[in-house]
Design a protein around this ligand. Sequence first.
Ligand SMILES: Nc1ncnc2c1ncn2[C@@H]1O[C@H](COP(=O)(O)OP(=O)(O)OP(=O)(O)O)[C@@H](O)[C@H]1O
Length: 573
Amino acid sequence: MEAFQLLTRGGHFNKSRFQKDVQLFQKTEPRRSAPSVDVSESAELPTELDFFKYAEGGAGPSSKRKASASNEAAKKKRRTEEQAGTDDEDADEEEDVPEDPQQPLQPKHRVTTKGNNAPVPIETFDDLRERWQPPAHLLVNLAKNQFSQPTAIQSHCTSIIMEGRDLAAISPTGTGKTLAYLVPIITSLQNPASGNEDAGKGARAVIVAPTRELAQQIYNECLKLTEGRKWRIVLFSKATANTLSDKLARDKVDIIIATPLRLVACLQSGNLELTNVRHLVLDEADRLLDTEFHDQLEEIIAACSHSKVQKAVFSATLPAGAEQMALGMMRDPIRIVVGLKDTPLPLISQSLTYVADEQSKLPSLLTYLARPYNPPVLIFTSSQPRAASLAEELVLNSISHVDCLHAGLSMKGREDAISRMRRGESWVMVTTDVMARGMDFKGVREVINYDFPTSVQNYIHRIGRTGRAGREGKAVTYFTNEDAPSLKPIANVLLQSGSSVPEWIVKLPKPSKMKRKQMGKVKRGDTVNNARKVGRNDAVKKRDMIVGSKRRAAKATAPKGDTVATGTGDEEK
Ligand SMILES: Nc1ncnc2c1ncn2[C@@H]1O[C@H](COP(=O)(O)OP(=O)(O)OP(=O)(O)O)[C@@H](O)[C@H]1O
């Protein structure tokens, strides 16, 4: 009877009487995968992270206070620098450059200029009209696209390019660098004093970008600004390269927008001359000046042989080596930096999330996506197979509107994915670094670095896909035990741009040169879910067994002397 009562109506269990037994049951279950820890919120070193033996100092309550103090100090330092216009990294270089009293105050970002006789920047697009008489349709198109005021980089670059000066421009992601060169180029090509007389003798401006997607985006911006007027703007592809084999057709071209490979292929085939080029722009210059593109860039630069060719490089990041290379190919250049070099805008709230190991990333991401988030989210992985694998996993886990874009897709596949993203049909876009630079999707509110970035620059460009054109954004970066040696430089970027970092990360020693070189070289599998890989391996084994047993059966029944086909399962498929 007592047992029946217990089973049907339940019984009272005296917890205080059986306290010891209760404690036994209160022990937490071991977890299948390590939990993720958003370390930006917590100043203490989580116990799971004790493997960072080199994290100096304890993580008691006092260190918590210190952590917030150091974060606060970093924020304060940044505020002071922004107000006073000092830049640690650039301080030495700037010493002999007096502040130009004629420069208008930039409302949001300080601007540092280096070089002889930097021209006075424009304050409004009306200034552009008064000083250089741009084509009327350009001003109409600016207004039509709600570009009412130039951004800081546009104010400065417009007058620098209009005055015929070579230029290295560094400005944070999403601050309008594309228009900073397109507006003055369109103005100057229309202007009799600066290039109009050479019209009809071949391309007068060449804009080079590292990816096809970015070249396409620049082309679209160019079309917006030139609408209503017959400009011949060419986005280089195999098809246009064929059209340009006709000299009459190519002489009419005004502006070429291309990736280095396509351009060089056309130059080498003898179907293109760049001798009439007045403006050569390298967008994402540090990427273009990388070893991968180096030879092609040299060829393009050599082909732009006009005595008055003006060179300009643009990027949100320009490491010292790339900057030296860029300035080395210029005449009396002006270097301009908006904000702090290699620092994202504080509009992007950044955080680091500890995920222990590769296998814990997927559960962490699924937990993240199970909570309310702001679509579209851009998720960066380190390789094409990983991007495809992660997208597949998300779909299998019922995440809605998942999309994938990487360079391994067909051209049509890539274009379609970009269009879906622009139409707002993709809520979760899984991608690779092909999307890390330059791509402008205004609506991207969150970026997740599923795989740790390969360098500080890579980090800045990836997270710069959000927080564009004055909007706020959020960036989350997963890190595993293996990423530990690369954590410090990224944490410094967070601090520099006003996001908080716990004390134990701040205290990590600066990685050695060798460790820095190894950044981004962590080996990761092609699939993001090993369990599924095991499933696949089993399937392959099963298939091979069936093939083997069929072969044996065929051999047994075959009349003596007949040969039986042998081979691997793949061949039989
Ligand atoms: N003057 C302006 N007024 C308002 N919006 C602008 C202005 N100039 C550019 N924008 C918008 O700002 C966004 C970012 O511009 P853009 O892509 O040129 O940035 P970027 O600095 O080149 O970024 P990245 O470093 O990522 O390449 C775009 O959506 C663009 O339309």
